[in-house]
Design a protein around this ligand. Sequence first.
Ligand code: AHR
Length: 335
Amino acid sequence: MRVSRAWIPVVTLAIIFAVVGCERSSPLTPAKEAATAPDAKPKKTYQDLIVGYAQLGAESEWRSANTVSVKEAAEALGVELKFSDAQQKQENQIKAIHSLIAQRVDVIGVAPLTETGWDEVFTEAKAAGIPIILVDRRAAVPPDLYATLMGSDFLEEGRKAARIMADLTNGQASIVELVGTIDSAPANDRYKGFREVLQSYPDMKIIDSRSGDFTVAQGKEVMEGFLKKHGKTITAVYAHNDDMALGAIKAIEAYGLRPGVDIKIVSVDAARGAFEAMIAGKLNATVECNPLLGPRFLELALKVANGETVPKWVPSEEGVFFPDNAKEILPTRKY
Ligand code: AHR
């Protein structure tokens, strides 16, 4: 068919409109889609996740179990883990977080040594777009500076310890308290929770209270000091963790008294050492605080790295343990 020259511009325009119009109204081609989709970042998997973990130290059986849990979970899931141990010094932990920010990891897990002093470094992580997950311990920072907190209800642990102590002593006791690391969330809350319950027991008195920094050695040393000062007036020990209770047991024996009998002892963690002490009749109860947080930490890290919403607090479920069935339970304990 021949088209007259006069029709050529009209036909050309019609073809152009048809092509442009068609492109506008047709679904986007895959190439166009990739270029214009607002959130085109592919989802991360465990295998391409890089996670930092700024551990505070290795002060207790609990802490060692926590470290093992995080390392084993990373290994099992194929997550690249950059682990550091601050050896109980906040400045080391802050340095470690700076280094993780510089390495541009996807997520940083922190077990904060103390509650205070984190605003600046967490703000730097936020500015770099790296989410912080608080593992085990709280930090006193505005909520926008961390993605989630996972761990125990330390306040409730303190309350549980006080209720058990009230039962053991029929509501009459002269208690010495071995406090954890000063300014740490567990020490602050276990201190408060215990006193909250004691308000209902006027004949239970805390006659002395000092930090043993969550270690066996300092628990022993502080207990020696208590015994020197108060002697047989002491009828009960409340230790903020099992390690300090084990230290106190040594001091009480060296003083010539029977731990668990002459002096009732309640501690927190439910680590294997506490079960052994209960079996030996030297510890009266332990309140559980679960350190096996590794798998859940990495599950949350993956979600956070992929921009998914997570709860602001993921609490652990925990029980209490007594000597009567400690022997049967010990083989089932993983820490
Ligand atoms: O933050 C948890 C506490 O820290 C544990 O109770 C104690 O043993 C550890 O050192």
